[in-house]
Write a protein that binds this ligand. Structure first.
Ligand SMILES: [Zn+2]
Length: 66
C-alpha cells in the first residue's frame, strides 16, 4: 500500500492536510507545504509517513506501548 502525504494546496494561500484514517482535514493559511506541516504538527497532527489528525494520533499512541 502506497502511503503518500495528503497535503494539498487549496489555492494560492492555503494548504489542507487530510487525515489518513478519517475524514478530518486541517486547513492552514500558509504559503508552503513545510509551513503547513509545521502548523498542523503544532496543532497535534502527525505528518510524516502517515498523516493523522490529533484524535487518530492519540488513539494510535495510546495503544502503543513503548
Ligand atoms: Zn483522523
Amino acid at each position: 500500500m502506497t502511503v503518500h502525504m495528503l497535503v494539498r494546496s487549496t489555492g494560492r494561500r492555503g494548504w489542507t492536510v487530510r487525515c489518513d484514517l478519517c475524514e478530518h482535514t486541517f486547513a492552514a493559511a500558509v504559503a508552503g507545504r513545510p509551513e503547513a506541516v509545521a502548523f498542523a504538527e503544532t496543532n497535534g497532527w502527525i505528518v510524516g509517513e502517515c498523516t493523522w489528525c490529533p484524535m487518530c494520533a492519540a488513539a494510535h499512541t495510546s495503544r502503543r506501548t513503548a
